[in-house]
Each structure stands twice: as structure tokens, then as C-alpha cells.
Ligand binder design. Structure first.
Ligand SMILES: Cc1cc2nc3c(=O)[nH]c(=O)nc-3n(C[C@H](O)[C@H](O)[C@H](O)COP(=O)(O)OP(=O)(O)OC[C@H]3O[C@@H](n4cnc5c(N)ncnc54)[C@H](O)[C@@H]3O)c2cc1C
Length: 381
């Protein structure tokens, strides 16, 4: 088995394949820990009241289970539980979606408003009438440490991993796959492509289905640090008139961390993007903090760029390649994939090993785009 890309999804896939006793090679163009892709920045939200769609909830349950297992295998704390807030207008997609997932899946949750939220968690200063759903299982993961933990466990199970070795091309026919890298050529029975923002460069069929988008994250020094500590500040997803935002308590860096989904809507080539945060990026984020988290809106401590890889419907792409069943693809995580790495590693290992998985991934198949393209054509006739 060959896994291309050892970021969030690829490191988890390498681990699941290796622990099944399969001979596995992982190839990564950068270092074991790097800041060019999608899985850096110290923390990633994990939450169960999934507003995006209730179908994610069963995958999330398995994801939590596998993260906890990885913690115990690597004897390291990787997952912190803070509770999560999904807030927005009564009829908005974040609040309504979180409520629907909670009700459908019987999740423990409380519904409150902006005023009550401030009394309970004083760092939050949301408009009083905003509807807020609190779910106690939300929290955050440490993505760099999680990737290293998956890789370390994979190596311990005998996987090989080669870093600083980009895959330049690949092919597959009749149950065999090969890749050519900057250093050589490798062959295997199956190939798994987890190339994050570079997915469409390796799989041209993903062109326009997995589109890289520049993001910027901020860490600001709170005037009231006690309001933004773990224990006093749940992670959040927030829908307000300026757009959709997410945020975290201070952790590892003494700053309130947050970002705006689809930041400035900049589609980019990951090999040519501006990786330096600009004053406009900073002001966009600071103005949000001043309005909704004024006690967290002190001096800027850190800004970082990162990449989303958006699919047209913002749902994941998990499937076999349409023309090469020897190749499994994980792509298009659209800014919300990290929390699922552990279960997606298991799914990709299933697809590589036997072409199918016990997890229900119909919602994530590539053919949904073909269908919608066909129906668009039909509706124009
Ligand atoms: C700012 C920001 C905030 C986010 N917040 C959250 C959050 O709070 N919660 C959440 O669940 N998700 C969040 N996400 C989304 C999540 O981080 C991503 O969905 C996830 O990291 C995607 O993982 P990946 O493995 O697809 O990509 P990556 O981790 O980028 O891995 C892809 C890897 O493939 C390698 N690669 C590419 N091409 C080649 C090649 N030709 N040869 C060899 N190697 C190659 C790359 O170098 C890279 O290491 C956020 C994303 C960003 C950018």
C-alpha cells in the first residue's frame, strides 16, 4: 500500500493500514510537521452537535473513540473537552443545524441566548437575542501532535515513511499502482491519495471539486485572560452578520484564537499563494473580536495563514477513483475535516484493503457531483 500525503488524513491512514499488518509506504513532500498545508496552528475544534449535517454524527462518535484510543496508545493527551457553542439567529443554519443534529441523535444539549451565555461564560458578548446551543462533548485536538502520534504508531507497526519526497505522477491498472517521486519509483497493489490542498494537482478529476482557499487565523492577547482559559471558554461556531466564525480558548499560546470561515474568499494555487498575513487580514479578524469578544481583543500575538480545500457542497469526498479502483481518494474537507482524521484513516484503510467500508459513506461519494452536473444539464434543456 502507498499513501500519498502525510498530513492529517494521510498520517491516520498510514497508521490504520500498518496496524492491520499491511506493508505500507507513506510519501510526503514536506517535513513530518510543517505549515504549508491544512493541519497546523496548534488546535482544531471537535464537536458533536454537527450543524453541517446530521449524517456526520455517527462518524464523529467513532472519531472520538479513535482519538481516545490514540491518546492511550501514545500516552499523550491530544483531546481537550471544553464544551461547544453553536450560535446564530434563530432560523440560521448554524443554530438550526446543531439543534437538528442534537435532537435526531439524542445528544445532550442546552439552548440558551446571548445574554445568558455571557453570564455563564463572560468572554462571550454576543447580541442578547442570538440563539446558542451548548453541547458538553465539544472541545479541541492538537493537530500537530495528533499527526505525529499517528505517524509514530504507524512506524512502530513497521510502516515506512519518506519525507521531503514529493510524488510527481502516479498510475494504476489491473490491480497494480505505481508512483514516481523526486527520488524514485514505487509499486504497490493500492494507492491512497490524501494530498489536501494539492489534491486536484494529483487527481485532475478533482479540478473544481477540491479547490484551495487561503485562510488566516489570529491569536489576540485577552485583557481578561481568565475569561479565555480552558474551563471558562467553550469552543464556538458563530453565525453573525459579518459571516461565520470559529474560536478557541487560550492554549499553548496565551491568546484567544479564532478565524473566519472562508476568510476573504481567495481561491489560490497552494504553490503560489501569499503565505504572509496582510494588514487587511488582521483588521478583518480584529474588528470581529472587538465587537463580540471585547475582553479578548488585545494586542495581536500571532497570525497564521492556512488552506481550506473546498468541495462544491462543502461536504467531504471519500471514494475510489472513478477509473482506477486501485486508488482511494480523501479530499475536499472544506475547512471542517480535522476532527474526523481518526475515522477517515480507518475508512481509507478499509477502501484500500477491500474496496469498501462498514461506515456509511454514500453521502461522500464522488458521483453526487456527476449527478448534479447531469441534472443541471437536464434542467437547461
Ligand atoms: C485555518 C484552518 C482552521 C481549521 N479549523 C478546523 C477545526 O477547528 N476543526 C476541524 O475539524 N477542521 C478544521 N480545519 C480543517 C482541517 O484542518 C482540514 O480539513 C484537515 O487538516 C485536512 O487534512 P488533509 O490531510 O486533507 O490535508 P493536510 O493536512 O494539508 O495534508 C495533505 C498533505 O499532503 C501532502 N502532499 C500534497 N501533495 C503531495 C505530493 N505530490 N507528494 C507528497 N505529499 C503531498 C502535503 O504536503 C500535506 O502534508 C481547519 C483548516 C484551516 C486551514
Amino acid at each position: 500500500m502507498i499513501v500519498v500525503g502525510l498530513g492529517g488524513m494521510g498520517s491516520a491512514t498510514l497508521f490504520h493500514l500498518a496496524r492491520r499488518g499491511l506493508r505500507t509506504l507513506g510519501l510526503e513532500r514536506y517535513d513530518m510537521v510543517h505549515e504549508y498545508g491544512s493541519s497546523h496552528g496548534l488546535t482544531r475544534i471537535i464537536r458533536l452537535a454537527y450543524w453541517e449535517h446530521p449524517t456526520y454524527v455517527s462518524l464523529l462518535r467513532r472519531s472520538y473513540e479513535l482519538w481516545r484510543e490514540l491518546e492511550s496508545l501514545s500516552d499523550e493527551k491530544l483531546l481537550y473537552i471544553t464544551g461547544s457553542i453553536d450560535a446564530g439567529p434563530e432560523g440560521g443554519s448554524v443554530f438550526q443545524g446543531a439543534l437538528r443534529s442534537s435532537e435526531l441523535h439524542g445528544l445532550e444539549h442546552e439552548v440558551t441566548d446571548g445574554a445568558e451565555l455571557h453570564r455563564r461564560f463572560p468572554g462571550y458578548r454576543l447580541p442578547g437575542e442570538l440563539r446558542c446551543l451548548y453541547q458538553p462533548d465539544g472541545g479541541f485536538l492538537l493537530p500537530e501532535r495528533c499527526n505525529v502520534a499517528h505517524l509514530a504508531r504507524a512506524l512502530a507497526h513497521g510502516a515506512e515513511a519518506r519525507f521531503r519526497e514529493p510524488v510527481l505522477e502516479w498510475g494504476a491498472t489491473n490491480g497494480h499502482a505505481w508512483v514516481r517521486t523526486s527520488r524514485g519509483r514505487y509499486e504497490a497493489g493500492r494507492l491512497v491519495i490524501c494530498a489536501g490542498p494539492w489534491a486536484a494537482k494529483l487527481v485532475p478529476e478533482l479540478d473544481s471539486l477540491a479547490v484551495a482557499e487561503r485562510q488566516v487565523l489570529a491569536w489576540l492577547q485577552p485583557a481578561r485572560p481568565e475569561y479565555f482559559q480552558v474551563g471558562a471558554f467553550p469552543v464556538f461556531n458563530l453565525e453573525v452578520e459579518e459571516g461565520r466564525y470559529y474560536g478557541f480558548p487560550s492554549f499553548l499560546v496565551p491568546g484567544f484564537k479564532f478565524g473566519k470561515y472562508h476568510h476573504r474568499g481567495e481561491q489560490v494555487d497552494p504553490d503560489a499563494m501569499n503565505r504572509e498575513p496582510e494588514p487587511e487580514d488582521e483588521e478583518l479578524l480584529r474588528s470581529f473580536a472587538r465587537r463580540y469578544f471585547p475582553d479578548g481583543a488585545g494586542p495581536t500575538l500571532m497570525l497564521k495563514t492556512c488552506l481550506f480545500t473546498n468541495s462544491p457542497d462543502r461536504h467531504f469526498i471519500l471514494d475510489l477513483h472513478p477509473d482506477h479502483p486501485e486508488v482511494a481518494i480523501a479530499a475536499g474537507f472544506s475547512g471542517h475535516g480535522y476532527k474526523f482524521c481518526s475515522v477517515i484513516g480507518e475508512i481509507m484503510a478499509d477502501l484500500a484493503q477491500g474496496g469498501q467500508t462498514r461506515h456509511d459513506i454514500e453521502f461522500f461519494r464522488l458521483r453526487r457531483f456527476a449527478v448534479s452536473r447531469e441534472s443541471r444539464v437536464a434542467s437547461h434543456e
